[in-house]
Design a protein around this ligand. Structure first.
Ligand code: SF4
Length: 285
């Protein structure tokens, strides 16, 4: 079996820097991370092993310092957290900051803001948390439900597939031909690179393995994208999820991973696939 790794895969600089920042601060003083720093259980367990607490609400925080995740948060939430006397360490990815600035600019120019993304995702809550009026769309039906506005400003959750975002922007333009629709592309470069490398890899593969947390948005998007080009796609969190029967009559295995998947988790999945292959060849020798 030949294993083809996507040319861009796994942890992005934003997640890597956020983890380093958490470890650096945890070494100096007790730290609580507000929400999942990344959507990957392996990384979260490693942080907890270093004594870093994780809280999903500011009311649960018992340390004087809290860290905002790589997904960022709104100015209102930051102000509320600081008002409680907590010191805030921001691990917000610079490319999420770019998306925040785009939303602020659109709202400042009088556009009704529409975000392409998942309504309940922490990044989208952060992007919209300072707005009094906005819409979030993810599917065609969401666009059809939008109210008309003379000026509509569209930005995206950084991890959405850019083709899907462009499709929804076009749909908004077609639905509201009288409106001034301005689009700022805030899908981040690592997401775009991983998506296009995954397509290239999936085109050549008999089976694709996508490594990443079950709740990781960009990992699930990679699963969906690969499924358009390869009929056999499996999502695994770790090497323990890999099943030997997936590789029956397979010559090329494609491998990719979401932006919060650590390198060693990907390496172990690849090693497990190689072991399955070696066992199979030994059984038929
Ligand atoms: S996926 Fe993109 S925006 Fe999110 S942390 Fe990584 S580089 Fe930053």
């Amino acid at each position: 079996m030949n294993i083809v790794r996507a040319t861009h895969l796994g942890m992005c600089f934003g997640v890597r820097d956020a983890i380093d920042l958490a470890l650096e601060h945890a070494g100096a003083a007790p730290l609580t991370i507000l929400g999942d720093l990344v959507h990957n259980p392996t990384v979260l367990r490693a942080l907890e092993a270093k004594g870093i607490a994780i809280a999903h609400d500011v009311a649960e925080v018992k340390t004087p310092t809290v860290m905002v995740t790589a997904h960022g948060t709104s100015g209102r939430t930051l102000a509320r957290t600081r008002a409680l006397g907590l010191t805030v360490v921001e691990a917000t990815c610079p490319l999420v900051h770019v998306a925040h600035r785009a939303v602020t600019a659109l709202a400042g120019e009088g556009y009704h803001v529409v975000i392409v993304g998942k309504r309940d995702h922490v990044e989208v809550r952060g992007l919209t948390g300072d707005l009094d009026r906005f819409d979030v769309v993810l599917e065609d039906a969401d666009v059809l439900a939008l109210e008309p506005h003379p000026r509509i400003g569209v930005a995206a959750q950084t991890t959405q597939p850019v083709e899907k975002v462009r499709h929804l922007v076009n749909l908004i333009r077609r639905r509201f031909p009288q409106s001034d629709v301005k689009f700022i592309d805030t899908v981040c470069k690592p997401t775009k690179q991983r998506q296009s490398a995954a397509i290239e890899m999936a085109r050549q593969a008999d089976v694709v393995i996508v490594v990443g947390g079950r709740s990781s948005n960009n990992t699930r998007e990679l699963v969906t994208t690969c499924g358009l080009y390869c009929s056999r796609v499996h999502h695994v969190e770790t090497d323990a999820d890999v099943r030997a029967e997936w590789f029956d009559a397979v010559e090329v295995v494609g491998l990719t991973a979401g932006t919060s998947t650590p390198d060693d988790v990907i390496d172990r999945v690849e090693a497990r696939i190689r072991l399955v292959d070696a066992e199979r060849r030994a059984a038929t020798a």
